[in-house]
Write a protein that binds this ligand. Sequence first.
Ligand SMILES: Cc1ncc(COP(=O)(O)O)c(C=O)c1O
Length: 399
Amino acid sequence: MPRGTDAPVKIRDDFLPLSRPALDEEEEAAVVRSLRSGWITSGPRVAELEGIFREATGAPHAVAVASATAGLHIVLAALGIGPGDEVVTPSLTFASTVNQVVLRGATPVFAECDYGTLQVLPGALAARITPRTKAVIPVHFAGAPADLDPIRAAADRNGIPLIEDAAHAVGTVYKGVPAGGPPRPGAAGNIAIFSFHPIKNITTAEGGMVTCYDDALAARLRLLRFHGIERDAWKRYGKGGTPHYDIREPGYKYNLSDLHAAIGVVQMRKVAGLNARRAELARRYAAGLSGVPGIDPPETVPYPHAHSWHLFIVKVTGVERDAFIASLAERNVGVGLHFPPCHLLAYVRERFGTREGDLPNTERAGRRIVSLPLFPGMTDGDVDYVCEAVREILAGGSG
Ligand SMILES: Cc1ncc(COP(=O)(O)O)c(C=O)c1O
């Protein structure tokens, strides 16, 4: 039972981190098998993981990459996005998206989010599309889906691609359709990019996956991820392969190794169970924090969906946010900050003239958000401990 606020929380001995990957003997065994197989870079395990993503999303193409950031880079390159072009994305996202747009020489344009759900506002995103806009990149924030229907309608009206930032969205479903999936059976869906960073719903240590529907785009992504060479080393050096190659366009070195992919294959077998546990923990947090003054739990998006519960983000209103974070740290609880608004990052302000006041919801949320620990290996007792700590800090008033 939660204690009253007059009884201080006994500080736990061990540190409760924001996240810890859910890995066990199965992943270990898969890595050892791959190590001993004689082929450790991109090969059969990468092909297997790509097949799993084709099946999970319904997309005909899945291209494994070294990270979601690498995936985004080659998608922007393959779409020919460069100087003079604009890309619309929420400001409340990871800087990697904005960095990649800028590194291509293009201009990021920021759309406002809903303060309650933290999802990008489709109307705000559509309003920022101009004749220079070459793509829109909504984010399935924290694991709840962005409202894709109106965003897709706006992208289609303007004849530009929609790239789902599905870094938080392995297991996320929007109106019955998985992230990266087709809106109707047989229809073409969007380009989607998933992340396998250790904090994410599944991990490969580092890694990512791009799914898409266009054969030519998929072929281009495969070239760009590996030097511009058409056939993987696996095919060139395997039995029956030929070692010759030619390059028509220089590419990057963004392939995923089989050692990493082997972990991902096992993780994808477990993902439904891992996400179910995340959802249980999120429900426990919501119950434990319900009615606590000075903190707003995450709001639910108003359309049918399945939440992957990548993150549990609260907004602290009762005390100063950084004092709240420090007080949790004193109680041995780690937290995250997802994310400092991108339009206020120093280089973005400097280069693009963005400033405080541009996006009031994003900025208000940006000052208050804190991601609480959430990972499948957490116990119910861990959640109760955090809830009690939060109540105590907020009851203290100053943090
Ligand atoms: C919204 C979002 N997009 C993209 C990324 C980039 O993912 P990766 O670390 O795999 O490059 C992240 C990673 O944290 C993210 O949170």
